[in-house]
Structures are given as structure tokens and as C-alpha cells.
Design a protein around this ligand. Structure first.
Ligand code: ZN
Length: 130
């Protein structure tokens, strides 16, 4: 199934944990895996702390420092930093499902990572039984 994510800023982390958990619930899979895949070249997906919102802003701050908007990029579209961040963070995650729930740590959340927004984006979810 496809999860739609509307982003509001150029660079942003959107917590999609509850949407993914709802999709797991409606999949009726008790034990297995949930594969999350972002079919975009300027976005990504990651798992990290969702309890303290400072964590995601610190990660974004460092990504923006590592990959500055202005540099001698050659890609004519002008969004090379977004492509680079997408590759650094990665396009997929796989999470185990036990008893119909995602196996996540207490502080973990799933974040859609926008690097060239705002846009309406997609996250592809595929389920496997084990
Ligand atoms: Zn581009």
C-alpha cells in the first residue's frame, strides 16, 4: 500500500509512526515484517528518537551543515543537496512485526525525511508474513 505524506517545508522530518502502525493493524499480519520504501530521489526514511523533538532538529542541522545549499554542484536542477541527503539517509527501512505491532524501541519513531519540499510524497509499504 501507499502512504501519502504532505510536507510543509523544504527540509523536514515528519513522524509517520502512527500511520504505519495503523497500516500494520489493517494488514492483519500478526508476525512478519514491514518494509518501508520511499520512491523519491530527494527524500528518505529513517528511524530515530521521537520523544524529544530536538533530536530531529539536531539531525537536520548537522545534515544541512554537512551538505550546504551553496557549493560547486553540477546538477542543473539546482537541488543536488537534496539528492545527496537522500542518499546519506537512505530510501528504505524494514521493521519486524510481532503480535500485530511494529517492534520499535521505547523512544523510536519512523520519520519521513523531506529534503526538497514542500510536496506531496509517497511511502510504499509492503508486508511479509513470517
Ligand atoms: Zn534534481
Amino acid at each position: 500500500m501507499i502512504l501519502k505524506v504532505k510536507t510543509k517545508s523544504r527540509t523536514e522530518f515528519v513522524d509517520i509512526t502512527s500511520e504505519v502502525q495503523n497500516a500494520v493493524r489493517s494488514s492483519d499480519i500478526a508476525d512478519g515484517f514491514c518494509m518501508l520504501y520511499v520512491p523519491h530521489t530527494t527524500a528518505a526514511i529513517t528511524i530515530n528518537e521521537s520523544a524529544d523533538p530536538s533530536v530531529k532538529s539536531d539531525i537536520l542541522m548537522v545534515l544541512n551543515e554537512i551538505v550546504p545549499w551553496q557549493a560547486a554542484y553540477r546538477h542543473l536542477e539546482g537541488n543536488s543537496p537534496a539528492h545527496i541527503k537522500s542518499t546519506l539517509v537512505g530510501a528504505s527501512e524494514m521493521i519486524a512485526i510481532e503480535k500485530g505491532r511494529l517492534v520499535l524501541g521505547t523512544w523510536q519513531g519512523i520519520f519521513f525525511c523531506e529534503f526538497d519540499g514542500p510536496r506531496t510524497r509517497k511511502v510504499q509499504l509492503n508486508f511479509m508474513k513470517s
